[in-house]
Ligand binder design. Structure first.
Ligand SMILES: Nc1ncnc2c1ncn2[C@@H]1O[C@H](COP(=O)(O)OP(=O)(O)O)[C@@H](O)[C@H]1O
Ligand SMILES: [Mg+2]
Length: 246
């Protein structure tokens, strides 16, 4: 990968969902580029295709046409097994709903991706502790999900997404279920992962304060990118609501 080549790229991606005989075009030709170390927020109205795009970027789904490339290599045309391995090893996912395993302690939840890769306990355990420390949850490593607040559980889920040192972290409405105090903590955490650790991060969000923390904002409408620019430029055009949230 040359220095100028983007880390992740969507090239003219289209996706249409078919419900019976009705076609719902979700993405109608999306081109975006994400550079290493960037924090990008994807915003736009409900139904504009944000989650569909994020799924394509992470290899959770395949475009109908177009391509998604990680470090210059297509991830869209990999077979199922290679795509699963790539997701597990190179891409971290965080969702609005925290999918932690209720019977496992925080540290055991964070170790799951490493154990799936056959990483030995003596390596997985310190890596999980380091990941929990990086999200400020080192002292709650023995708690089970039921013994964590919503914000703490989301931070454990972020630690799990980070434990394999993914090339890119993708998050879909990660503050959507959190109160404002916990949202603020999680947003500051995301910001510091980018600024201090150089993590590349893409967040789909309705939350103006998440968008306000990003380096760049991509705005979607009806399956298309309608704005794409460094944050101050987008904020200038986005009106009162977005400004007030920052
Ligand atoms: N699994 C699905 N089956 C059918 N239609 C879907 C599916 N997922 C999304 N859609 C449709 O695709 C469009 C984009 O959805 P989505 O990507 O979830 O938007 P957003 O995340 O911006 O709210 C919407 O019209 C939605 O109804
Ligand atoms: Mg969505």
């Amino acid at each position: 990968m040359s220095a100028m080549e983007p880390l992740l790229r969507a090239i003219d991606v289209t996706k249409t969902y078919h419900m019976g005989s009705v076609a719902h075009p979700a993405l109608r030709g999306v081109c975006i580029e994400i550079c290493k170390g960037e924090f990008v927020a994807i915003v736009g109205p409900s139904g504009s295709g944000k989650s569909t795009l994020l799924h394509m970027l992470g290899g959770l789904d395949r475009p109908d046409t177009g391509d998604v490339q990680l470090e210059g290599k297509s991830i869209s045309n990999l077979d199922e097994n290679s795509q699963t391995l790539l997701r597990r090893r190179r891409i971290g996912f965080v969702f609005q709903k925290v999918h932690l395993l209720p019977m496992l302690k925080a540290i055991e939840n964070v170790m799951v991706p490493m154990r799936l890769e056959g990483v030995e306990m003596n390596i997985a355990k310190p890596a999980a502790i380091a990941a929990l420390n990086s999200v400020g949850m080192g002292d709650k490593q023995s708690n089970r999900p039921g013994e964590l607040s919503g914000g703490e559980a989301q931070r454990v889920a972020i630690a799990r997404a980070l434990v394999m040192s993914p090339a890119i972290l993708l998050a879909d409405e990660p503050t959507g279920a959190l109160d404002s105090v916990n949202s603020r903590i999680v947003i500051e955490l995301f910001r510091s992962l980018v600024t201090e650790l150089g993590q590349t991060l893409v967040i789909v969000t309705h939350d103006p304060s998440v968008a306000g923390a990003a380096d760049r904002v991509i705005k979607m409408r009806d399956g298309l990118v309608v704005e794409n620019g460094s944050n101050p430029n987008i904020l200038k055009h986005a009106g009162k609501a977005l400004r007030e949230g920052t």
